[in-house]
Design a binder for this molecule. Structure first.
Ligand SMILES: [Zn+2]
Length: 486
């Protein structure tokens, strides 16, 4: 049974009825009558797909007898979302199957996650193992960020091997208790990454300052999760962000700061003095919709992420940054747990389960709260949920844009569809969502991943193992040596 017959067996006839497709699977698809939205503009046009690729855009494209037609009148036709920051392994409750299913249901066709080594395994071997896992279990396409820690485990060739595997990125946690003692080796690792075209992701919270805050809270007898926000003060984020920005300036290496949460941290990274740096910044949904008050009360732990929720002024700054470009894009940091795990009474400010499930809801909620409320243009919505991440992580122009020659990662998005957000229709194994009960207007109705309809009208119909590794270009836009802080 080939791939398309497999889809038929899973009910593609019902799917055909719902989207007006011809009943016979065809090698060619035309998406007809929708409004194509890219980061740089939008227009009414049809999209012709052959195999995995977009082969033509234009008005009233011809339809031959074998063409499957997907009607998109009144809908937006947008690039498949790209979420470079998800956790689909380890003790989190999602894996590559359920995580990418949630992503596809949310209009996200490509996710980035982490290739953590096992005990004694090299970062490159871990990368190979995880890349192989994609074609066994993923439904969406997946790329990986390496983990090279302590930095000395990276041999001189580690970074070029990662680039040769098509996975040119790695992540450093400044929150590690041994970060400071390894700082000199970190500089060398970031230089090696730069020379191989590998992006360095940084989690910017200062380990020593976090420890000091925790120590004080413990001494005061305030170590329950109620005090979680105080255990990770804004200054710890500000200090680490300034330090990481200095590392970017000194080395000229392409760097990416994950999940910034505060105005002061954003100011530390973005100023007239740093605007020439090859530096990108993400924030995450939690910091756009929730303030620190949500952390109080019996359900507070459900909203815990790292960094913690901040003040309303910080929330406003994250919106402003996302709109004006100081923040490059939104990423979920999808880190799924069950409600019971999050509310476990044994947890405290040092033993906790940070993160929430977000892949299903990131794009609908941003459309509803961002575009419909006039905070973002629809083009900027596409940019911050697809195009900018594609550019940052070497996936552009094969992904992140509806254009001839690109992969046919396409989402048919109904901007007027109103639904109540509920974990019940989230394929993630997490059993709650921070958005439970929210009235959200604007949802993906059909998701195509490389030319295959893998989500339609509330059902994920792609098969586990049909996802592929998303191979990436190295980032060669390091800062010229004369502009580095030497
Ligand atoms: Zn994360």
């Amino acid at each position: 049974m080939n791939r398309r017959e497999a889809v038929s067996a899973l009910g593609v006839l019902a799917l055909g009825e719902s989207i007006g497709a011809v009943s016979q699977p065809a090698p060619e698809i035309v998406i007809r009558g929708g409004r194509i939205v890219n980061a740089d503009g939008s227009r009414m046009a049809d999209v012709r797909i052959s195999g995995e690729r977009i082969v033509a855009l234009g008005e009233a494209l011809s339809i031959s007898s074998g063409t499957r037609v997907i009607e998109a009148r009144g809908k937006l036709v947008i690039p498949g979302g790209i979420d470079p920051h998800t956790h689909l392994q380890g003790s989190f409750v999602d894996d590559l199957t359920t995580g990418t299913a949630a992503a596809l249901a949310g209009g996200i066709t490509t996710v980035g996650t982490f290739a953590y080594p096992e005990q004694g395994e090299s970062p490159v071997d871990a990368m190979k193992r995880w890349v192989d896992e994609v074609e066994r279990s993923a439904i969406g396409d997946v790329f990986f960020h390496a983990s090279v820690w302590p930095p000395s485990v990276g041999s001189p060739t580690t970074m070029s091997e990662l680039a040769a595997l098509g996975q040119p990125s790695h992540k450093i946690f400044m929150t590690r208790s041994d970060y400071d003692e390894n700082q000199a080796a970190v500089v060398e690792l970031v230089e090696a990454a730069r020379d191989a075209g590998v992006v360095t992701l940084m989690h910017c919270e200062d380990s020593a300052l976090l420890s000091a805050a925790v120590r004080q809270l413990r001494a005061d007898g305030r170590s329950s999760l109620e005090h979680y926000a105080e255990s990770r003060p804004e200054v710890a984020e500000v200090a680490a962000t300034a330090r990481a920005t200095a590392l970017c300036e000194l080395t000229g290496a392409p760097m990416h700061f994950v999940h910034l949460s505060s105005e002061r941290a954003l100011d530390a990274a973005r100023s007239k003095r740093t605007e020439h740096l090859p530096l990108t910044i993400e924030t995450r949904p939690l910091y756009l919709y929730f303030t620190e008050e949500w952390l109080r009360g019996p359900e507070g732990p459900l909203y815990i992420g790292q960094p913690p929720l901040r003040s309303a002024a910080n929330v406003a700054s994250m919106w402003q940054g996302l709109a004006d470009g100081r923040i490059d894009f939104l990423a979920t940091d999808h880190a799924p747990w069950t409600r019971e795990q999050k509310l476990d009474p044994k947890l405290d400010i040092e033993r906790l389960r940070p993160g929430v499930s977000d892949l299903r809801f990131m794009r609908p909620v941003l459309y509803s709260e961002g575009v419909r409320r006039g905070r973002l243009s629809v083009e900027r919505f596409v940019e911050v949920t697809a195009t900018a991440a594609a550019k940052t992580f070497g996936l552009y122009p094969e992904r992140g844009v509806i254009e001839k020659g690109a992969f046919a990662d396409v989402v048919i998005f109904d901007p007027g569809l109103e639904r109540i957000a509920s974990a019940e229709d989230d394929p993630s194994r997490s059993d709650y969502t921070p958005f439970e009960g929210w009235a959200i207007t604007g949802w993906p109705v059909t998701t195509l991943r490389r030319g295959d309809v893998v989500y339609d009208n509330g059902r994920v119909i792609g098969d586990p193992g049909s996802g592929k590794p998303a191979f990436r270009h190295p980032r060669l836009d390091k800062l010229p040596i004369e502009r580095q802080a030497r």
